[in-house]
Ligand binder design. Structure first.
Ligand SMILES: C[S@@+](CC[C@H](N)C(=O)[O-])C[C@H]1O[C@@H](n2cnc3c(N)ncnc32)[C@H](O)[C@@H]1O
Length: 223
């Protein structure tokens, strides 16, 4: 789910800051999906170049269709942002990071990563974590369970990336609808789906919430 509110530093980075250099563009959104995060960018007055590996039959279509880890792009951007994407790529990038993303960032630009934090409590946030794990189990080739900020930061310390990282967390007030999640899960349930049935019952009882999210900002050099 998208992230509300967005960090003030991110909103600041989205503000234009002078004329663009040749070959440099404003904002690239990787893994734009159904366009919910794109809408948040638009609310900040930004029209991003979007990239997703899937062209959807309905809803938002990405400007570029391709693998975010092998983006068919030579341009550089002032802001590259990946929201709810890293966890899906984690097995592929855990060791060295999403290396090509560094080439996409302008020398005075930055990369932003947003992810939901997997929480054990409160129960409504745990159910969200378990929901993502369940979906990842159904489609392990293309989805991943929530990625903890601690795991990300530990691993990132082993990458040979120069530059500067900054991190933060925030409560995600994105309004997730428990009845709609229950409806979505129940629609695909068969008698054999014990975990899904248990999760449906738990969400009906406790509700479901995105909980907290974490962000990480990288810039090529400490300015
Ligand atoms: C959970 S959705 C997030 C959508 C959007 N960023 C948001 O937060 O509203 C993850 C998206 O990443 C896309 N995705 C997963 N792996 C990808 C890859 N290797 N390259 C490009 N897109 C990918 C999926 O197709 C999906 O649209």
């Amino acid at each position: 789910m998208p992230f509300t509110p967005l960090p003030a530093t991110f909103v600041e980075d989205l503000r234009p800051f002078g004329p663009l250099r040749a070959g440099c563009h404003e904002v690239l959104e990787l893994g734009s999906g159904d366009g919910l995060f794109t809408d948040l960018l638009r609310r900040e007055g930004v029209e991003p170049v979007t990239l997703d590996r899937r062209r959807r039959a309905t809803g938002a279509a990405p400007v570029i269709c391709g693998d975010a880890l092998e983006p068919p792009l030579r341009a550089r951007f002032r802001v590259v942002v990946a929201a709810n994407l890293l966890r899906h790529l984690w097995p592929r990038i855990r060791a060295n990071g999403p290396r090509r993303w560094r080439d996409l960032v302008a020398p005075d630009g930055c990369l932003w990563i947003f992810e939901d934090e997997p929480l054990a409590n409160p129960p409504a946030a745990r159910h969200y974590r378990d929901l993502q794990a369940l979906l990842a189990g159904l489609d392990p080739r293309t989805r991943g369970p929530l990625l903890a900020s601690r795991e990300f930061r530990r691993q990132r310390g082993l990458w040979d990336w120069t530059g500067r990282w900054r991190d933060g967390t925030a409560v995600n007030h994105w309004p997730l609808s428990a009845p709609r999640v229950v409806e979505f899960l129940s629609a695909g349930l068969t008698g054999a789906d014990g975990d899904a049935a248990r999760l449906v019952a738990a969400i009906a009882r406790d509700g479901v919430t995105c909980g907290r999210y974490w962000w990480s900002r990288w810039q090529p050099e400490a300015i």
